[in-house]
Design a protein around this ligand. Sequence first.
Ligand code: FAD
Length: 437
Amino acid sequence: MIERSWQNWAGNQHAYPSYRAEPSSVDELRVVLQAAVDQSRSVRCVGAGHSFTPIAVTDGVQINLDSLRGIESVVRADDGSARVTVLAGTRLRELTALLWDLGLAMTNLGDIDEQSVAGAISTGTHGTGARFGGIATQVHAIELMTADGQPVRCSRDENVELFSAARIGLGALGVITRVTLDCVPAFALRAVEEPSTLRGTLDGLDETVAGVDHFEFYWFPHTDRVLTKRNTRLPGETALRPLGKVRSYIDDELLSNTVFEGLNRMVTRAPALIPRLNAVSARALSAREYTDRSYRVFASSRTVKFVEMEYAVPASEIGWVLREVDRWLERSALSIAFPVEVRFAAADDIWLSTAYGRPTAYIAVHQYHRRDHREYFGAVEAVCRSVGGRPHWGKLHSLGSAELRGSYEHFDDFVRIRSSLDPTQLFGSNYLGHLLS
Ligand SMILES: Cc1cc2nc3c(=O)[nH]c(=O)nc-3n(C[C@H](O)[C@H](O)[C@H](O)COP(=O)(O)OP(=O)(O)OC[C@H]3O[C@@H](n4cnc5c(N)ncnc54)[C@H](O)[C@@H]3O)c2cc1C
């Protein structure tokens, strides 16, 4: 018996679906969909529940594909790349390890790997790297089960319009059952992490972003301090020099997670301490360098619970955006303990991609789950919107269909495809209505 109540990772979204289903085959999935139609219930899919918005919330039928996992086929090309078809419920963590054993890798990843493949692509999950797109850009083909229970395939060469919509489809077009990914030969990453200043980082930003395969930085609010991360791609057979167990435990588990949780509990009671603590934390971070399998460098564990908003802005605007946020913080009475994360991505052609049609910089702001995020997120959102920012589909924001329509050239094409595939909005919800009406 599956427990009916559900909450997301951050604990800020709750649902009480009338029924939760975990089909273990595509045929079983069809039966679940038919039953929902017969009972006039709506349906939402859920992956790992790592979105911060109500995008997976439903009071109808909630479907997870945890029993539809694993690699189905691998078609190799002469250059060492391969098309890998996976069942949509496969978690990125298991997929990347399986790929490594096959001599393959995903070319870019976000900063965690808990998500399901379908969930990650459906909201436009991305990592960093000016030459690289988000995870959905690595998709070659998708198989969906639509509202009528029929499987539909779309790819770069087949049902091309649907493919443009379905790669970042918000769970609004049907249930993704299979995804074919364009994978590259396994590679290692050399990671160089070091403290720097915001001013210095912004001064040389264009060259750094263009010259480093995967560049990102974390800015400590109320200070001029940043932590930069430069990841360089190396052949898979490179000798690995991972962080020692003790160092990685101290840095990642203790300093980033356990100590950070303690600090957040403390500053929730005494926020005035934050600016000084941020300055101390930024200085306490020492440089480190290591080389490991690509997926181990891209992703790390996050145990401190937070809520997050992330905006995609034109890459050329990121310096101005950060300075504006800094100016706003100086004027405001708020103190922010979480570093602001800044990442980059190449322009792409996916209709609802936050990087559609323009080289993109991402600014992600976080707030400890026990503290109020609204004033801070609202202020950052206003700055980002003033330069045409687009919100991440899986992270908090205040926009509805009116603003979103103006942000995406193909918004109405997406709505048209949705209406033709799902005229009765079987895959609808209040939240999707707010986004897509
Ligand atoms: C700690 C943390 C770190 C994160 N780091 C990053 C990051 O580095 N980069 C980034 O871009 N994002 C990041 N995110 C956001 C996260 O990647 C996205 O919200 C992602 O969508 C979550 O995947 P999921 O499997 O949990 O999907 P869910 O959140 O469960 O669902 C997301 C959407 O996918 C749909 N969906 C799920 N399965 C299917 C299916 N089979 N068919 C059709 N639709 C489906 C759902 O209906 C929903 O609309 C992070 C989130 C957290 C909590």
